[in-house]
Design a binder for this molecule. Structure first.
Ligand code: G6P
Length: 438
């Protein structure tokens, strides 16, 4: 093992970076990072400087010997990295706003990782992640790529199917958020809770729930039939489940399942917000403005609590736990996005799944799930069809494939509506979609 680790974070100017820094500080004894490179693009330079200076103050205050470098030269920054983390948003918040607003203007759900928004985020992001992979091949071919960039499942799958970088793991905070949510429901410590996760990113189910190794799934489902109780995320308007539905489902849905099992109500709520001028992107824009004003304060040297208003809660904890377990060959169990390799029967061998895995120094080893319960298998299959078609569209720039992906998405009502939204979104995002316009 070499002495100090070099970590490179692409999208380092993100408002989420202080989360990651806090995690690296708290875990420094076990995870001896000595170089952290925060990388961004020219358009993100100002944010990078503000957040980078805060990061420097944070490590200084903590007395931790992590040297922080800020860079706009991605390839140079990547040289000899041990871990590369990606948390970038192609087109920044303005693109997210379009992903949310255009579908809503046609009466279709507008969400950044689901439905048409998720498709377009994938179309913009996949070519960029593949560029990053090509650079990694040249300057840090042995590094691990830890991808947080959404849509995390599709982006991760594109990497292992269409690049030579195979040491890749996709990470989302939904699994840890669900475990924290169960701990809160039961009023116990988080580390006593374990959930067997299986499904896809933002489409993951808790097949069983344990406290100290004893199943409490029925008790948790019972608690969640109370409309006052829920497992929430800041970015999703969570509503209570129909009690009989939840009991019959017999597994724990994730907060994103609201978009599928409560599509009518969720759409109504989003349309209401849209008409008042406030989709999630606008809420986040205001939050970001306040956050960056705080970050600028030279007296601030900790992660401000206001960051918890973002949807990415616990993200630092899961990121650092994952990197630590790979680095130390810890062989503990964490839910990540990785190649299925037969763990979930009926999904392609080489598809990304979000599943409980043993985390080793050569990556996640998915735990065998077998068949998903029949009641949820259909939706998971349909979303996987959408994801694979969307990835093919992102790589080929083929209009027909993009239309197919949009149409088979369960949140889009018909091929005609799909075409209208597709055309408008292609035009709106033109500068980030060269593959469709060359
Ligand atoms: C959740 C999701 C993330 C997503 C975030 C959005 O945490 O799991 O994938 O990026 O919400 O939060 P935001 O505050 O940007 O709406």
């Amino acid at each position: 093992m070499k002495k100090g680790l070099k970590v490179v974070t692409i999208g380092g100017g993100s408002s989420y970076t202080p989360e990651l820094i806090e995690g690296f500080i708290n875990f420094h004894k076990e995870l001896p990072i000595n170089e952290l490179w925060l990388v961004d693009i020219e358009d993100g330079k100002e944010k990078l400087e503000i957040v980078g200076n805060l990061a420097k103050r944070m490590v200084e205050k903590a007395g931790i010997p992590i040297e922080i470098y800020l860079s706009l030269d991605r390839k140079e920054a990547l040289r000899s990295a041990d871990f590369v983390t990606t948390q970038f948003r192609v087109g920044q918040l303005a693109a997210r706003e379009l992903d949310e607003r255009i579908p809503l203007s046609h009466g279709v759900l507008g969400q950044e990782t689901n439905g048409p928004g998720g498709l377009f985020k994938a179309l913009r992001t996949i070519p960029v992640i593949l560029d990053i992979c090509r650079e990694m091949e040249e300057v840090c071919p042995n590094a691990w790529l830890i991808n947080f960039t959404n849509p995390a499942g599709m982006v991760t799958e594109a990497v292992f199917r269409y690049s030579n970088i195979q040491k890749v793991v996709g990470l989302c905070n939904v699994p840890i958020g669900m475990e924290m949510g169960v701990a809160k429901l039961l009023d116990i410590d988080h580390d006593r809770v374990r959930i067997d996760f299986a499904g896809l990113n933002h489409m993951v189910f808790g097949l069983n729930v344990y406290v100290d190794g004893v199943s409490v799934k029925d008790q948790v489902i019972d608690l969640l039939t109370d409309p006052e109780k829920s497992i929430t995320m800041q970015n999703i308007h969570v509503m209570g489940w129909e009690p009989e539905f939840l009991k019959a489902l017999d597994v724990l849905p994730c907060p994103y399942h609201h978009y599928y099992y409560k599509s009518g109500e969720m759409l109504e709520k989003e349309l209401e917000n849209f008409k008042e001028g406030g989709t999630r992107a606008e809420v986040v824009r205001k939050l970001e403005k306040d956050l960056f004003n705080l970050y600028k304060d030279p007296n601030l040297s900790i992660k401000p609590p206001q960051l918890e208003k973002r949807g990415g809660a616990y993200y630092s904890e899961s990121a650092v736990r994952l990197i630590h377990s790979i680095y130390t060959d810890r062989r503990d169990i964490q839910a990540v996005n990785t190649m299925n390799k037969g763990a979930i029967t009926g999904l392609p061998y080489d598809s990304a799944v979000e599943v409980s895995c043993m985390i080793t120094k050569d990556g996640p080893k998915p735990l065998a799930v077998g068949e998903l319960p029949i009641a949820v298998n259909g939706l998971v299959q349909q979303i996987k069809s959408f994801e694979r078609t969307a990835i093919e569209a992102a790589i080929s720039g083929n209009y027909g494939k993009a239309l197919l992906a949009m149409t088979i998405n369960p949140l889009v009502p018909s091929d005609r509506v799909a075409r209208v939204i597709l055309n408008e979104m292609l035009e709106a995002h033109k500068r980030y979609l060269p593959q469709f316009f060359s």
